[in-house]
Design a protein around this ligand. Structure first.
Ligand code: ADP
Ligand code: ADP
Length: 227
């Protein structure tokens, strides 16, 4: 069974400067439990792929499903199965981490008794910042808060869009350790990156995307043997 399946997924942006084919017939299977990298240079279409799954970008054609739920026919269930850590560190500056997680849990309909706000903040190393305004948090802390936010509804799939872009080496290591732990606990982890070494170090399967097209998709060992 797959955590994520796409068939002929296509996105054409109709911008002022004309049409831009950002995704061109991408058919991809991401197995449940895998640690999966979507690798490609800037502009390859990685964020577009993620944003379609997140419901933030409307696909032009093709199909996508998350945990067996079609994003069109069964959108709510599909969305409930995925947690997305966006690339941008945008947070309401006057919200505290605890408030942010409570609001997010409310949006996903997590009953009060089942919320694990403090446990999640502890897990990402933000317990002592639970009541600090987001505007006072460092970039690394914001990234970790966004990981926490993506996990409040306990999704089986966690997607991180360029999680280490602009992040210092120390935080990178601890962030990696944390997502590794999640994966070992059974969470399917998908990350986008333009660093081969990041995909190589962390992931068991790698898909390479360029100019909106899937170039290769295989286990890490098989793929590296061909490079
Ligand atoms: P990546 O995440 O791999 O850097 P993106 O998915 O962000 O790639 O972008 C893929 C292509 O689509 C790029 O050429 C980008 O300029 C273009 N693009 C992305 N978003 C838009 C948009 N809203 N309107 C027009 N073109 C866009
Ligand atoms: P700075 O602004 O100093 O870079 P960071 O938020 O990046 O602050 O990191 C602060 C500390 O928290 C670092 O020592 C880092 O190793 C640690 N840290 C980062 N991510 C995690 C995590 N997911 N779990 C636990 N500790 C973490």
């Amino acid at each position: 069974d797959n955590a994520i399946t796409t068939r002929d997924l296509t996105k054409v942006y109709a911008g002022k400067r004309g049409r831009k084919v950002a995704l061109d017939g991408v058919s991809l299977d991401i197995p449940r439990g895998s640690f999966f990298a979507l690798l490609g240079p800037n502009g390859a279409g990685k964020s577009t792929f993620i944003n379609i799954l997140a419901g933030l970008v409307t696909k032009t054609s093709g199909q996508a499903s998350i945990w067996g739920r079609d994003i069109d026919a069964d959108g709510r269930a599909a969305k409930a199965a995925i947690g997305i850590v966006p690339q941008e560190l945008n947070l309401d500056p006057f919200f505290t981490p605890r408030e942010l997680l409570e609001v997010q849990a409310g949006m996903y309909g997590v009953p009060k008794a089942q919320r694990r706000t403090d446990e999640i903040l502890e897990a990402v190393g933000l317990a002592d910042k639970a009541t600090a305004y987001a505007r006072t948090l460092s970039g690394g802390m914001r990234r970790r808060l966004l990981v926490a936010k993506a996990l409040v509804h306990t999704p089986p799939v966690l997607v991180l869009d360029e999680p280490t872009a602009g992040v210092d080496i120390e935080l990178r290591q601890s962030l990696w350790a944390y997502v590794r732990k999640l994966n070992a606990q059974g969470v399917t982890v998908v990350l986008t990156t333009h660093y081969l070494e990041e995909a190589e170090e962390l992931c068991d399967r790698i898909a390479i995307i360029n100019h909106g097209k899937l170039v290769a998709c295989d286990t890490k060992q098989a793929l590296l043997a061909r490079l």
